[in-house]
Each structure stands twice: as C-alpha cells, then as structure tokens.
Write a protein that binds this ligand. Structure first.
Ligand SMILES: Cc1cc2nc3c(=O)[nH]c(=O)nc-3n(C[C@H](O)[C@H](O)[C@H](O)COP(=O)(O)OP(=O)(O)OC[C@H]3O[C@@H](n4cnc5c(N)ncnc54)[C@H](O)[C@@H]3O)c2cc1C
Length: 381
C-alpha cells in the first residue's frame, strides 16, 4: 500500500514515519518550493505531544532542541498573581512539556523522515484529486500528478483537501486576536526558567518564558477587529500594555515584533474522510495557539491513523476508527482553546468577571487532574 501525504509541516512527516512503522509506504508532497527553515515563531509541545513523539523515537531530540516549560504562572495586569498551574504532566521517563522554535521542530521531523527513507517532493501544491475507487490520483499546480492507494491531508488550517472533500466544509474562524512575538535577548529580564508567565492585561494578553541563558521567548495576543491592521504595530502594542505591570510595554517598545497575524481556529469539520482520502492535524481540527496543542494533536493523529490502518480490515474501516478515536478529543482541545482566547479578548465588563473567576478556575487547574484528559493522553502504535 502507498499513501500520498499532502503537506510537509509537522504532521506530514509524522504520518509518513508512523506509516512506515506499520509497513505502509508514504511519499510527501509539499506546496512550497523549499523547506520552512527559519519560518514561524515558537510553539508548545505538551507532554501528550512528547509522548506521541516518543512513539516515533523523537522526543529526546525535540527536548534537546527546545526548552522545558512544565509550569505556568498567571497574573493580572495589575501584577496580582492569580495562580500557578501545570503546563502538562511528567512522562514516566521524566520528560515534560517543551517549547521549541517551529522551524527546529519542522527540521527535526523532516530530517528524521528523510533519514528513514521517506521521499519528499517540493513545489507540489495539491489542486485536485480523483478517487477512482481503486486508487487516488493527486494533481498538483505544476501540472504533475501522483497515484497512490490513500491520500492523507496534512495541509494545515487552510487545507485545500478539506474543501475538495466537502465544498461545504467550514472556513477557518477568526478568534478575535492578533498574535506577535519572538525571542528577545536581554539578560536583565528575570524569570523562573521552565515557567511561562502569562499576564491577562487590561487590554491585551502577554506571555513569556526566560531561558537559563538570558533569552526571553515572548508573545502577545491583541484583541482587534479582523483586518484592522496599522502600518506600524509598535505604538498600538505599547498603548495596549501601557497600564499593565511587568515587562510587556518595555519589551514591545524594543523587541523585534516578528510577524503580526490574526489567529484562526476551525469550527467542527463535518467530513473527515471520504473514500480513499482523510484529513489530519490542522486540516481537520485547527486549534488556536491558546491551547498549546496544535503540533501535539497533529502527531497524535499520525500515530493513531497508522495504527488504525494496520489493524483494520481496509481503509474505510481504518478511517472510521481513526475518526471515532480522534474527533471528540481534538474538538475538545479546540473548544478549550477558544474559551481561553475569549477570556483574552474580554471587553471591560467581561474583564471584571474574568479577573474575579480566574483565580477560582486556576485553583481547580492547579490540581493536575482537571486537565489530565489533555496532558496525560498517550497514543500508541
Ligand atoms: C510556516 C509555518 C509556520 C508556523 N509557525 C507557527 C508558530 O510559530 N506557532 C504555532 O503555534 N504554530 C505555527 N504553525 C502552525 C503549526 O505548525 C501547526 O498548528 C501544527 O504543527 C499542526 O501541524 P500540521 O502539520 O497539521 O499543519 P502545518 O504545520 O501548518 O503544515 C501544513 C503544511 O502543508 C503545506 N500545504 C498547504 N497547502 C498545501 C497544498 N495545497 N499542497 C501541498 N502542501 C500544502 C504547507 O505549506 C505546510 O508545510 C506554523 C505553520 C506553518 C506552515
């Protein structure tokens, strides 16, 4: 059996490697002409994502390239500490959640897939496919095509495959927040290594973690109407954090802001598979970064899909099993992230409720069990 995988992001290589573990050949077709080295900011790989990477033998390498971030400390814009909550669990080998540059995670996944013999073709933007019943033919923008037994979509939040599979599929939905961030070097900024400091400010949200060698990895979420994009974001961000305690205002005044972009997630996608074609990762269930779960969910999908293809009688049964194992969990993550994003984008009245309720919610979350459904989950092949 041969699978054609659309997209060489995080999920695409994970799927190819998981499939090879169960004896299925896979080829990856990526839209861009070259790899995504140096692109993107950083992301969280939570303990459940590290557990999924462990199945592929990659969690140690990812841990080495990232920084451990097992905890979060929340505070309000006044500087009041609201609570400390775990950012994941500890795996039985001591591994915790890590933060890693997206480009480093991408490089590790792609290089590992290549080393394991997975062919990756670049400049192959999928535009259509034909499912003939016995095979599937993927057609690319450059006029070429590829034929396989399965077409597996790992083509991200703006997935073309999702739309081809179901023209009624929902569009990505704006969360009400713009995002920016990056890495700022200033050893005078202090913070407890391993801890994300999350500040629910008066007008915007600010998160950062300080590494042992004096780097501040930071991001800001700014509530804003979609499309309201100033030529210069710096004064807008300075103004947003002007009344908040902490480092936010000073940092956005000096730091490279990186790319400022609107955050989207996906409403539930009714059709995850049809015939020989199946959706995975962000193409099926994109979450906003507020959950810190996008990459983790994509790698979990890869492992579960490979196991289902190995164990089921045929691809139809396998895709059905995969969906029933993954849909509820992935959509619960999206909904969880949406609630957090909404609290970040709260208006003046919502803010009063949020600041009153957050300490109670965080107290509950400080008990590891309340988010164990998300963080303790361990997929297996
Ligand atoms: C360049 C880039 C930078 C990112 N940076 C961050 C970040 O800083 N922080 C964060 O939290 N998340 C980031 N993300 C999103 C994050 O990687 C995903 O949420 C998560 O890893 C889920 O992975 P995925 O494989 O489902 O999708 P993605 O990692 O988004 O990968 C999708 C891949 O499919 C390719 N593709 C899209 N359409 C087609 C097509 N028609 N034909 C062929 N290939 C196609 C894309 O070029 C991409 O390589 C980034 C994604 C990308 C693509």
């Amino acid at each position: 059996m041969k699978a054609l995988i659309t997209g060489c992001g995080i999920g695409g290589p994970a799927i190819a490697m998981a499939l090879r573990e169960v004896g299925i050949d896979a080829e990856i077709y990526e839209a861009y002409g070259a790899g995504a080295e140096g692109v993107g900011a950083f992301l969280n790989v939570a303990s459940n994502g590290m557990a999924a990477l462990r199945v592929l033998g990659l969690h140690h390498e990812v841990a080495r390239a990232g920084i451990p971030t097992p905890d979060m400390v929340m505070s309000s814009g006044t500087g009041k500490r609201l609570g400390r909550v775990p950012n994941g669990m500890t795996l039985d080998d001591g591994t915790v959640s890590h933060t890693i540059l997206r480009s480093d995670l991408y490089r590790i996944m792609r290089d590992a897939a290549t080393a394991r013999g997975v062919p990756i073709a670049y400049g192959k933007r999928l535009v259509s496919f034909d499912d003939t019943g016995s095979q599937v033919v993927a057609r690319y923008e450059d006029g070429t095509s590829a034929t396989g037994d399965l077409l597996i979509a790992a083509d991200g939040v703006h997935s073309r495959t999702r739309r081809l599979l179901d023209p009624e599929a929902p569009e990505p939905r704006y969360t009400g927040l713009y995002n920016c961030g990056g890495i700022y070097k200033d050893s005078s900024i202090k913070g407890e290594p391993g801890v994300y400091h999350m500040v629910f400010g008066k007008r915007a949200f600010f998160g950062y973690t300080v590494t042992a060698d004096g780097e501040t990895w930071w991001f800001a979420n700014l509530p804003r109407a979609l499309g309201d994009e100033p030529a210069d974001w710096r004064p807008v961000l300075e103004e947003a954090f002007a009344d908040d305690a902490g480092i936010a205002a000073a940092l956005v005044r000096r730091a490279d802001l990186g790319q400022v972009f609107p955050i989207h997630d996906l409403p539930p996608v009714p059709v995850w598979h049809r015939g020989r074609v199946v959706l995975t990762g962000d193409a099926a269930h994109a979450t906003s970064p507020s959950s810190g779960q996008g990459a983790s969910q994509a790698v979990e999908d890869a492992v579960v899909l490979a196991r289902c293809l190995r164990d089921a009688a045929g691809h139809r049964e396998a895709f059905g099993r995969y969906e029933s194992e993954r849909r509820e969990r992935a959509e619960r993550v999206v909904a969880y992230a949406r609630r957090i994003s909404n609290s970040k984008a709260a208006g003046p009245v919502g803010r009063i409720f949020r600041d009153a309720l957050l300490p109670i919610i965080l107290k509950r979350q400080a008990n590891q069990e309340s988010l164990a459904w998300m963080y303790r989950h361990q997929v297996s092949l």
